[in-house]
Design a protein around this ligand. Sequence first.
Ligand code: 0PR
Length: 352
Amino acid sequence: MQIEPQAFDRVLSSMCTEPHPVAREAAERFLATNPGDPGTYPSVTALEDEAVSMLGDIAGLEDPSGYIASGGTEANIQAVRIARNRAETRTPNVVMPESAHFSFQKAADVLGVDLRIVPTDDSFRADLEAVRSCVDEETAMVIGVAGTTEYGRVDPIPELGEIAEAVDAMLHVDAAWGGFVLPFTDFEWHFDHAPVDTMAIDPHKMGQAAVPAGGLLARSDDLFDELAVDTPYLESTSQATLTGTRSGAGVASAVAAMAELWPEGYERQYVRSRNNAEWLADALEKRGYEVVDPTLPLVAADVPKSTFDALRAEGWRISRTGTGELRIVCMPHVTREMLASFIGDLDRLEVR
Ligand code: 0PR
């Protein structure tokens, strides 16, 4: 039986993309390896060290600890787990803006921490006053997002770091999507800009690696001691990952993509994506739609549900924000031609 995968030519909502050819090739070669068992598969373990070191370069961290996770969800869950295990209270809380990804809800549920969700301000970034009044001596972690899922916004990370430090809490930055474009912007988002303890940064999103390749980074190795469990019948003595058997394909493909593209290739891609986002925002504005100004290559616009449905019926893979705006992510596979054809369909199908 032959089932064709989804073609990318009408996919405008995904935060994943077509893997770079070198990433695809590396994934295939390492399909049968398991970095969860370093004693048996040492070559993929060496590659994983390489991946973490390159993620450290991207995220301003000189001597990084970390691993290649199954995705941003696992990285976020593990970061919250580190904070919970380090907390001295039995009733820790975690504070995050409402713009943070739903994976933190899973984390809070699985880990039994109290998740405190604070509003965002007019620019869709964490409201600092709200964060300040929400933290207390039981706050184990403050979360900032560097590239939000819905609007591509970057929270004020240095200020969140100050708030976290004041109550002795950890600071986690979710750069799962933004991490591979932010180095080419002026935003302050990484380990060298703020007292960041942990970060999610996913090669399988803007990093052009094959799925599954998420990234979890930590400022120091001892943070992972919080997660280590003994592994009696493996040659390695402990494991800090959430999953056991893991994808060597994800690890190899992350290394291949980063070795090929960091930094110039990613920068070229960022410029293409940004120009596409600006072109699209402009095209939508000219047609009278209210557009959320793109700060990273992600465009949201107030397009009526009926028009949205007509475009979906035409085969466009598009999605909507929680408040109903059309949302388009300018990933590497999204070309100007695709966007022009999308706008052509919008003109033809729009319901006013
Ligand atoms: N953090 C942020 C900021 C994210 O945007 C996402 C995923 C995650 C964490 C979780 O990452 P994983 O999905 O790798 O665990 N954001 C997209 C979303 O949930 C992911 C996505 C990817 C959606 C591909 C659609 C798609 O086709 O909407």
